[in-house]
Design a protein around this ligand. Structure first.
Ligand SMILES: Cc1ncc(COP(=O)(O)O)c(C=O)c1O
Length: 452
Protein backbone atom coordinates (compact mmCIF):
# COMPACT_ATOMS: atom_id res chain seq x y z
CA UNK A 1 0.00 0.00 0.00
CA UNK A 2 1.19 3.50 -0.80
CA UNK A 3 2.10 5.63 2.24
CA UNK A 4 0.03 8.80 2.32
CA UNK A 5 1.30 12.09 3.72
CA UNK A 6 -0.74 14.18 6.18
CA UNK A 7 -2.69 16.15 3.60
CA UNK A 8 -3.38 13.09 1.45
CA UNK A 9 -4.65 11.27 4.54
CA UNK A 10 -7.00 14.15 5.32
CA UNK A 11 -8.32 14.11 1.78
CA UNK A 12 -8.79 10.33 1.76
CA UNK A 13 -10.51 10.43 5.16
CA UNK A 14 -13.05 12.92 3.90
CA UNK A 15 -13.54 11.03 0.66
CA UNK A 16 -13.92 7.49 1.99
CA UNK A 17 -15.08 7.49 5.62
CA UNK A 18 -18.36 8.15 7.37
CA UNK A 19 -17.65 8.88 11.03
CA UNK A 20 -19.88 8.45 14.10
CA UNK A 21 -22.43 11.29 14.49
CA UNK A 22 -21.35 12.51 11.11
CA UNK A 23 -21.80 15.83 9.41
CA UNK A 24 -19.05 17.29 7.21
CA UNK A 25 -19.39 20.58 9.14
CA UNK A 26 -18.01 18.81 12.21
CA UNK A 27 -15.23 17.24 10.23
CA UNK A 28 -13.53 20.15 8.51
CA UNK A 29 -10.07 19.52 9.94
CA UNK A 30 -10.10 16.14 11.67
CA UNK A 31 -7.18 15.28 13.89
CA UNK A 32 -5.59 12.11 12.62
CA UNK A 33 -3.95 10.45 15.60
CA UNK A 34 -0.94 8.23 15.16
CA UNK A 35 0.36 7.55 18.67
CA UNK A 36 -0.65 7.43 22.32
CA UNK A 37 1.43 7.33 25.49
CA UNK A 38 -0.16 7.61 28.94
CA UNK A 39 -2.54 10.57 28.75
CA UNK A 40 -0.89 12.06 25.64
CA UNK A 41 -2.01 11.66 22.02
CA UNK A 42 0.12 12.62 19.03
CA UNK A 43 -1.35 13.44 15.62
CA UNK A 44 -0.02 12.92 12.11
CA UNK A 45 1.45 16.43 12.10
CA UNK A 46 3.43 15.70 15.28
CA UNK A 47 1.22 17.83 17.55
CA UNK A 48 0.63 16.56 21.09
CA UNK A 49 -2.60 16.73 23.07
CA UNK A 50 -3.69 15.76 26.56
CA UNK A 51 -6.40 13.19 25.96
CA UNK A 52 -9.15 14.87 27.97
CA UNK A 53 -11.69 12.13 27.26
CA UNK A 54 -9.60 8.92 27.51
CA UNK A 55 -10.38 8.17 23.87
CA UNK A 56 -14.13 7.92 24.35
CA UNK A 57 -14.31 7.51 28.15
CA UNK A 58 -12.58 4.15 27.79
CA UNK A 59 -8.77 4.27 27.86
CA UNK A 60 -8.68 3.94 31.65
CA UNK A 61 -5.12 2.60 31.98
CA UNK A 62 -3.78 5.12 29.45
CA UNK A 63 -2.33 4.72 25.97
CA UNK A 64 0.70 2.73 24.85
CA UNK A 65 0.55 -0.21 27.29
CA UNK A 66 2.93 -2.80 25.90
CA UNK A 67 1.65 -5.49 28.29
CA UNK A 68 -1.81 -5.28 26.69
CA UNK A 69 -0.29 -5.62 23.22
CA UNK A 70 1.65 -8.66 24.46
CA UNK A 71 -1.48 -10.22 26.01
CA UNK A 72 -3.29 -9.85 22.66
CA UNK A 73 -0.34 -11.23 20.72
CA UNK A 74 0.08 -14.26 22.96
CA UNK A 75 -3.60 -15.11 22.81
CA UNK A 76 -3.77 -14.57 19.03
CA UNK A 77 -0.81 -16.87 18.54
CA UNK A 78 -2.45 -19.55 20.70
CA UNK A 79 -6.15 -19.29 19.87
CA UNK A 80 -7.28 -16.00 18.34
CA UNK A 81 -10.93 -16.91 18.06
CA UNK A 82 -13.36 -19.69 18.76
CA UNK A 83 -17.12 -19.84 19.05
CA UNK A 84 -18.65 -19.41 22.47
CA UNK A 85 -22.09 -20.65 21.51
CA UNK A 86 -23.67 -23.26 23.76
CA UNK A 87 -21.49 -26.35 23.65
CA UNK A 88 -18.14 -24.53 23.48
CA UNK A 89 -16.08 -22.13 25.57
CA UNK A 90 -12.53 -20.84 26.05
CA UNK A 91 -10.08 -20.22 28.86
CA UNK A 92 -9.81 -16.38 28.87
CA UNK A 93 -13.62 -15.98 28.79
CA UNK A 94 -14.00 -18.33 31.78
CA UNK A 95 -11.22 -16.58 33.69
CA UNK A 96 -12.69 -13.17 32.92
CA UNK A 97 -16.15 -14.16 34.13
CA UNK A 98 -14.62 -15.45 37.37
CA UNK A 99 -12.72 -12.17 37.85
CA UNK A 100 -15.79 -10.03 37.15
CA UNK A 101 -17.67 -11.95 39.84
CA UNK A 102 -15.02 -10.93 42.36
CA UNK A 103 -14.99 -7.29 41.33
CA UNK A 104 -18.67 -6.53 40.87
CA UNK A 105 -21.75 -6.54 43.11
CA UNK A 106 -22.23 -9.59 45.41
CA UNK A 107 -25.53 -10.76 43.87
CA UNK A 108 -24.24 -10.56 40.28
CA UNK A 109 -22.24 -13.69 39.51
CA UNK A 110 -22.98 -14.53 35.89
CA UNK A 111 -21.66 -12.88 32.75
CA UNK A 112 -22.70 -12.68 29.09
CA UNK A 113 -20.13 -11.04 26.82
CA UNK A 114 -20.71 -8.73 23.84
CA UNK A 115 -18.51 -6.49 21.68
CA UNK A 116 -19.57 -3.13 23.13
CA UNK A 117 -21.99 -1.07 25.18
CA UNK A 118 -24.90 -0.90 22.75
CA UNK A 119 -24.94 -4.69 22.46
CA UNK A 120 -24.68 -4.92 26.24
CA UNK A 121 -27.80 -2.81 26.74
CA UNK A 122 -29.67 -4.68 24.00
CA UNK A 123 -28.79 -7.85 25.88
CA UNK A 124 -30.01 -6.30 29.14
CA UNK A 125 -33.40 -5.32 27.65
CA UNK A 126 -33.91 -8.71 26.07
CA UNK A 127 -32.87 -10.49 29.26
CA UNK A 128 -35.36 -8.40 31.29
CA UNK A 129 -38.16 -9.36 28.89
CA UNK A 130 -37.01 -12.99 28.93
CA UNK A 131 -37.08 -13.04 32.72
CA UNK A 132 -40.65 -11.79 32.99
CA UNK A 133 -41.91 -14.10 30.24
CA UNK A 134 -40.26 -17.04 31.95
CA UNK A 135 -41.93 -15.94 35.18
CA UNK A 136 -45.34 -15.98 33.53
CA UNK A 137 -45.64 -12.20 33.20
CA UNK A 138 -45.34 -11.70 29.42
CA UNK A 139 -46.84 -8.20 29.49
CA UNK A 140 -43.95 -6.75 31.47
CA UNK A 141 -42.07 -5.38 28.44
CA UNK A 142 -41.68 -1.60 28.82
CA UNK A 143 -38.36 -0.02 29.67
CA UNK A 144 -38.24 3.24 31.61
CA UNK A 145 -35.15 5.35 30.93
CA UNK A 146 -34.30 8.99 31.62
CA UNK A 147 -34.05 12.21 29.69
CA UNK A 148 -30.46 12.97 28.65
CA UNK A 149 -29.59 9.27 29.00
CA UNK A 150 -27.20 7.66 26.51
CA UNK A 151 -27.46 3.91 26.13
CA UNK A 152 -26.26 3.38 22.54
CA UNK A 153 -27.61 3.83 19.03
CA UNK A 154 -28.96 0.47 17.86
CA UNK A 155 -32.69 0.86 17.32
CA UNK A 156 -33.65 -0.33 20.82
CA UNK A 157 -30.81 1.39 22.66
CA UNK A 158 -31.44 4.57 20.63
CA UNK A 159 -35.03 4.36 21.84
CA UNK A 160 -33.78 4.16 25.42
CA UNK A 161 -31.36 7.03 24.82
CA UNK A 162 -33.07 10.20 26.07
CA UNK A 163 -31.49 12.75 23.74
CA UNK A 164 -33.92 13.57 20.89
CA UNK A 165 -31.16 14.55 18.44
CA UNK A 166 -30.31 10.83 18.22
CA UNK A 167 -33.89 9.98 17.19
CA UNK A 168 -34.80 12.65 14.69
CA UNK A 169 -33.67 11.12 11.40
CA UNK A 170 -34.22 7.49 12.44
CA UNK A 171 -37.80 7.51 13.77
CA UNK A 172 -40.02 5.72 14.52
CA UNK A 173 -38.49 4.52 17.74
CA UNK A 174 -39.05 1.03 19.11
CA UNK A 175 -42.32 1.14 21.09
CA UNK A 176 -42.35 0.70 24.86
CA UNK A 177 -39.48 3.01 25.86
CA UNK A 178 -40.39 5.86 28.24
CA UNK A 179 -38.36 8.71 29.70
CA UNK A 180 -38.49 10.44 33.06
CA UNK A 181 -36.50 13.53 34.16
CA UNK A 182 -32.88 13.11 35.24
CA UNK A 183 -31.66 13.93 38.75
CA UNK A 184 -29.85 16.97 37.34
CA UNK A 185 -29.11 19.15 40.37
CA UNK A 186 -28.27 22.27 38.33
CA UNK A 187 -31.47 22.29 36.30
CA UNK A 188 -34.01 20.04 38.05
CA UNK A 189 -37.50 21.48 38.47
CA UNK A 190 -40.45 19.91 40.22
CA UNK A 191 -39.54 19.35 43.86
CA UNK A 192 -42.35 19.55 46.38
CA UNK A 193 -42.12 21.55 49.61
CA UNK A 194 -39.39 19.98 51.77
CA UNK A 195 -38.52 17.35 49.16
CA UNK A 196 -34.93 16.83 47.99
CA UNK A 197 -34.05 16.75 44.27
CA UNK A 198 -33.01 13.10 44.63
CA UNK A 199 -36.37 12.16 46.14
CA UNK A 200 -38.33 14.18 43.57
CA UNK A 201 -36.44 12.66 40.62
CA UNK A 202 -37.01 9.18 42.06
CA UNK A 203 -40.70 10.01 42.60
CA UNK A 204 -40.96 10.51 38.83
CA UNK A 205 -40.09 6.82 38.44
CA UNK A 206 -42.75 5.71 40.91
CA UNK A 207 -45.39 7.92 39.28
CA UNK A 208 -44.53 6.58 35.83
CA UNK A 209 -44.67 2.96 36.99
CA UNK A 210 -48.08 3.59 38.54
CA UNK A 211 -49.38 5.44 35.49
CA UNK A 212 -48.25 2.71 33.08
CA UNK A 213 -49.13 -0.15 35.44
CA UNK A 214 -46.31 -2.15 37.08
CA UNK A 215 -47.60 -5.24 35.26
CA UNK A 216 -46.46 -3.64 31.96
CA UNK A 217 -42.96 -2.49 33.00
CA UNK A 218 -39.95 -4.82 32.66
CA UNK A 219 -37.09 -2.61 33.79
CA UNK A 220 -35.67 0.78 34.64
CA UNK A 221 -32.28 1.65 33.14
CA UNK A 222 -29.90 4.34 34.41
CA UNK A 223 -26.29 5.39 34.11
CA UNK A 224 -25.04 5.99 37.69
CA UNK A 225 -23.44 9.20 36.41
CA UNK A 226 -24.92 10.31 33.09
CA UNK A 227 -22.04 10.70 30.67
CA UNK A 228 -23.00 11.87 27.19
CA UNK A 229 -25.93 13.80 28.72
CA UNK A 230 -23.35 16.12 30.29
CA UNK A 231 -21.77 14.38 33.32
CA UNK A 232 -24.82 14.54 35.55
CA UNK A 233 -23.97 13.43 39.08
CA UNK A 234 -27.07 12.42 41.07
CA UNK A 235 -27.68 13.50 44.67
CA UNK A 236 -26.71 10.85 47.23
CA UNK A 237 -30.31 9.94 48.13
CA UNK A 238 -31.36 9.18 44.52
CA UNK A 239 -30.16 5.63 43.84
CA UNK A 240 -31.07 4.16 47.26
CA UNK A 241 -34.63 5.41 46.65
CA UNK A 242 -34.62 4.10 43.05
CA UNK A 243 -33.63 0.66 44.33
CA UNK A 244 -36.52 0.70 46.82
CA UNK A 245 -39.03 1.69 44.15
CA UNK A 246 -37.83 -0.97 41.67
CA UNK A 247 -38.05 -3.66 44.35
CA UNK A 248 -41.46 -2.46 45.57
CA UNK A 249 -43.05 -2.72 42.10
CA UNK A 250 -41.14 -5.75 40.81
CA UNK A 251 -39.21 -3.81 38.17
CA UNK A 252 -35.67 -4.90 37.25
CA UNK A 253 -33.02 -2.24 37.74
CA UNK A 254 -30.42 -2.14 34.95
CA UNK A 255 -27.29 -0.14 35.79
CA UNK A 256 -25.59 1.05 32.61
CA UNK A 257 -22.00 1.23 33.85
CA UNK A 258 -20.50 1.36 30.36
CA UNK A 259 -18.66 4.55 31.32
CA UNK A 260 -18.70 4.36 35.11
CA UNK A 261 -17.40 0.78 35.43
CA UNK A 262 -13.79 -0.19 36.04
CA UNK A 263 -12.71 2.67 38.22
CA UNK A 264 -13.84 5.78 36.41
CA UNK A 265 -15.75 7.25 39.38
CA UNK A 266 -13.27 6.17 42.04
CA UNK A 267 -15.02 2.83 42.74
CA UNK A 268 -14.82 -0.38 40.72
CA UNK A 269 -18.49 0.19 39.90
CA UNK A 270 -20.25 3.46 40.61
CA UNK A 271 -23.35 2.32 42.49
CA UNK A 272 -21.04 0.87 45.18
CA UNK A 273 -20.64 4.44 46.45
CA UNK A 274 -24.31 4.47 47.41
CA UNK A 275 -24.53 0.87 48.65
CA UNK A 276 -26.96 -0.09 45.89
CA UNK A 277 -27.00 -3.27 43.77
CA UNK A 278 -28.64 -3.52 40.35
CA UNK A 279 -30.36 -6.64 38.95
CA UNK A 280 -28.48 -6.34 35.65
CA UNK A 281 -25.19 -4.54 35.05
CA UNK A 282 -24.12 -3.38 31.56
CA UNK A 283 -20.43 -2.80 31.00
CA UNK A 284 -17.98 -2.15 28.12
CA UNK A 285 -15.33 0.53 27.45
CA UNK A 286 -13.00 0.40 30.50
CA UNK A 287 -13.02 -3.40 30.69
CA UNK A 288 -10.29 -3.46 28.02
CA UNK A 289 -9.40 0.25 28.27
CA UNK A 290 -10.44 0.32 24.62
CA UNK A 291 -7.51 -1.82 23.45
CA UNK A 292 -10.00 -4.26 21.92
CA UNK A 293 -13.81 -4.11 21.68
CA UNK A 294 -15.59 -5.87 24.55
CA UNK A 295 -18.72 -5.40 26.64
CA UNK A 296 -21.33 -7.45 28.40
CA UNK A 297 -23.90 -7.85 31.11
CA UNK A 298 -23.86 -9.43 34.53
CA UNK A 299 -27.14 -10.75 35.87
CA UNK A 300 -28.40 -11.42 39.38
CA UNK A 301 -28.51 -14.95 40.73
CA UNK A 302 -32.31 -14.85 40.48
CA UNK A 303 -32.16 -14.10 36.74
CA UNK A 304 -29.45 -16.71 36.26
CA UNK A 305 -31.66 -19.34 37.91
CA UNK A 306 -34.44 -18.44 35.49
CA UNK A 307 -32.15 -18.80 32.47
CA UNK A 308 -31.00 -22.19 33.76
CA UNK A 309 -34.43 -23.54 34.61
CA UNK A 310 -36.69 -22.77 31.62
CA UNK A 311 -37.80 -25.61 29.32
CA UNK A 312 -35.64 -26.10 26.22
CA UNK A 313 -38.16 -24.53 23.81
CA UNK A 314 -38.08 -21.31 25.90
CA UNK A 315 -34.30 -21.05 26.00
CA UNK A 316 -32.41 -17.75 25.97
CA UNK A 317 -32.01 -17.36 22.18
CA UNK A 318 -29.61 -14.44 22.29
CA UNK A 319 -26.11 -14.43 20.81
CA UNK A 320 -23.23 -12.67 19.06
CA UNK A 321 -20.45 -14.17 16.94
CA UNK A 322 -17.93 -12.35 19.11
CA UNK A 323 -19.41 -13.21 22.50
CA UNK A 324 -16.54 -14.40 24.70
CA UNK A 325 -13.89 -13.52 22.09
CA UNK A 326 -10.72 -15.12 23.52
CA UNK A 327 -8.32 -12.35 22.48
CA UNK A 328 -10.57 -9.57 23.77
CA UNK A 329 -11.02 -11.46 27.05
CA UNK A 330 -7.25 -12.01 27.44
CA UNK A 331 -6.69 -8.27 27.03
CA UNK A 332 -9.49 -7.52 29.52
CA UNK A 333 -7.88 -9.79 32.12
CA UNK A 334 -4.53 -8.07 31.75
CA UNK A 335 -6.22 -4.66 31.87
CA UNK A 336 -8.02 -5.53 35.12
CA UNK A 337 -4.70 -6.71 36.55
CA UNK A 338 -3.11 -3.33 35.70
CA UNK A 339 -6.01 -1.38 37.23
CA UNK A 340 -5.63 -3.36 40.43
CA UNK A 341 -1.82 -3.54 40.66
CA UNK A 342 -1.37 0.17 40.05
CA UNK A 343 -4.19 1.21 42.37
CA UNK A 344 -5.85 3.16 39.56
CA UNK A 345 -9.34 3.08 41.07
CA UNK A 346 -8.15 4.99 44.12
CA UNK A 347 -6.15 7.23 41.84
CA UNK A 348 -9.32 8.16 39.93
CA UNK A 349 -10.86 9.32 43.22
CA UNK A 350 -7.75 11.34 44.14
CA UNK A 351 -7.09 12.90 40.75
CA UNK A 352 -10.81 13.52 40.32
CA UNK A 353 -10.80 15.62 43.48
CA UNK A 354 -7.84 17.62 42.22
CA UNK A 355 -9.51 18.14 38.84
CA UNK A 356 -12.81 19.21 40.39
CA UNK A 357 -11.12 21.62 42.79
CA UNK A 358 -9.19 23.13 39.89
CA UNK A 359 -12.29 23.46 37.73
CA UNK A 360 -14.16 25.13 40.59
CA UNK A 361 -11.71 28.05 40.38
CA UNK A 362 -13.23 28.72 36.92
CA UNK A 363 -16.41 30.01 38.59
CA UNK A 364 -14.66 33.38 38.66
CA UNK A 365 -14.97 33.52 34.87
CA UNK A 366 -18.09 34.94 33.22
CA UNK A 367 -20.08 32.24 31.43
CA UNK A 368 -19.28 29.40 33.84
CA UNK A 369 -22.65 28.26 35.20
CA UNK A 370 -21.93 24.89 36.78
CA UNK A 371 -18.90 22.76 37.56
CA UNK A 372 -19.52 19.15 38.55
CA UNK A 373 -17.91 15.75 38.63
CA UNK A 374 -17.29 12.45 40.37
CA UNK A 375 -13.98 10.64 40.19
CA UNK A 376 -12.43 11.29 36.80
CA UNK A 377 -15.67 12.41 35.15
CA UNK A 378 -16.15 16.16 35.18
CA UNK A 379 -17.96 18.92 33.29
CA UNK A 380 -18.11 22.68 33.00
CA UNK A 381 -21.50 23.98 31.89
CA UNK A 382 -21.36 27.35 30.15
CA UNK A 383 -24.36 29.70 30.31
CA UNK A 384 -25.25 33.09 28.87
CA UNK A 385 -26.71 34.25 32.19
CA UNK A 386 -25.59 32.80 35.47
CA UNK A 387 -28.57 34.13 37.42
CA UNK A 388 -31.26 32.61 35.20
CA UNK A 389 -29.04 29.73 33.90
CA UNK A 390 -30.10 30.74 30.40
CA UNK A 391 -28.05 28.81 27.82
CA UNK A 392 -26.21 30.57 25.03
CA UNK A 393 -27.96 30.97 21.69
CA UNK A 394 -27.03 27.71 19.89
CA UNK A 395 -26.14 29.77 16.79
CA UNK A 396 -23.16 31.17 18.73
CA UNK A 397 -21.70 27.63 18.99
CA UNK A 398 -19.96 28.56 22.22
CA UNK A 399 -19.03 25.00 23.19
CA UNK A 400 -17.47 24.41 19.82
CA UNK A 401 -15.49 27.67 20.04
CA UNK A 402 -14.14 26.88 23.49
CA UNK A 403 -13.28 23.37 22.43
CA UNK A 404 -11.37 24.66 19.42
CA UNK A 405 -9.41 27.06 21.64
CA UNK A 406 -8.62 24.16 23.98
CA UNK A 407 -7.46 22.04 21.08
CA UNK A 408 -5.11 24.76 19.89
CA UNK A 409 -3.62 24.81 23.38
CA UNK A 410 -3.09 21.05 23.48
CA UNK A 411 -6.25 19.64 25.12
CA UNK A 412 -8.42 17.23 23.19
CA UNK A 413 -11.95 16.89 24.49
CA UNK A 414 -15.61 17.08 23.57
CA UNK A 415 -18.53 19.38 24.26
CA UNK A 416 -22.18 18.46 24.45
CA UNK A 417 -24.55 21.40 24.09
CA UNK A 418 -22.42 23.98 25.92
CA UNK A 419 -21.09 21.49 28.42
CA UNK A 420 -17.36 20.76 28.23
CA UNK A 421 -16.63 17.20 29.17
CA UNK A 422 -13.51 15.88 30.88
CA UNK A 423 -12.58 12.29 31.61
CA UNK A 424 -8.81 11.84 31.28
CA UNK A 425 -7.14 8.43 31.70
CA UNK A 426 -6.79 7.26 35.31
CA UNK A 427 -3.00 7.55 34.92
CA UNK A 428 -3.21 11.30 34.30
CA UNK A 429 -0.49 13.11 36.29
CA UNK A 430 -1.01 15.99 38.71
CA UNK A 431 0.78 18.31 36.28
CA UNK A 432 -1.50 17.23 33.45
CA UNK A 433 -4.60 17.80 35.60
CA UNK A 434 -3.40 21.30 36.45
CA UNK A 435 -2.60 21.96 32.80
CA UNK A 436 -6.13 20.90 31.76
CA UNK A 437 -7.57 23.51 34.13
CA UNK A 438 -5.16 26.17 32.90
CA UNK A 439 -6.02 25.47 29.24
CA UNK A 440 -9.74 25.58 29.97
CA UNK A 441 -9.36 28.89 31.79
CA UNK A 442 -7.67 30.49 28.77
CA UNK A 443 -10.06 28.84 26.31
CA UNK A 444 -13.15 30.05 28.16
CA UNK A 445 -11.70 33.55 28.46
CA UNK A 446 -11.12 33.68 24.71
CA UNK A 447 -14.06 31.57 23.49
CA UNK A 448 -17.03 32.78 25.55
CA UNK A 449 -18.67 35.84 24.04
CA UNK A 450 -19.64 38.94 26.06
CA UNK A 451 -19.86 39.05 29.81
CA UNK A 452 -22.39 36.65 31.38
C1 LIG B 1 -23.45 4.89 29.16
C2 LIG B 1 -23.27 4.31 27.81
N1 LIG B 1 -23.97 3.22 27.46
C3 LIG B 1 -23.83 2.64 26.25
C4 LIG B 1 -22.97 3.15 25.32
C5 LIG B 1 -22.86 2.51 23.98
O1 LIG B 1 -21.66 1.84 23.84
P1 LIG B 1 -21.08 1.47 22.36
O2 LIG B 1 -20.75 2.76 21.70
O3 LIG B 1 -19.91 0.60 22.69
O4 LIG B 1 -22.17 0.72 21.67
C6 LIG B 1 -22.19 4.27 25.64
C7 LIG B 1 -21.23 4.82 24.66
O5 LIG B 1 -20.69 5.88 24.82
C8 LIG B 1 -22.37 4.87 26.90
O6 LIG B 1 -21.69 5.97 27.23
Amino acid sequence: MVELNASELLKADKAYLIHPLYHPQDHGEPLIFVKGEGAILTDVKGRQFIDGLSGLWNVNVGHGRQELARAAEEQMRTLAYCSSYAGSSNVPAIQLAARLRELSYPSLNTVFLTSGGGEANESAFKTARFYWKAKGKPDKVKIIARQLAYHGVTLATMSATGIPAYWKMFEPRVPGFLHIPSPYPYRFEGTKEGESIGAAAARALEETILREGPETVAAFIAEPVQGAGGVIVPPDDYFPRIREICSKYDILFIADEVITGFGRTGRWFALMRWGVEPDILSFAKGITSGYLPLGGIMVSDIIREMILSVPYEDRWMHAYTYSGHPTCCAVALKNLEILEKEGLVGRAEQMGKRLLQGLQTLYELPGVGDVRGLGLMAAVELVADRGTKRPFDPALKVGRRVRREAQERGLFTRFIRDVLILAPPLVVTEEQVDRIVEILRESIQVGVPGRG
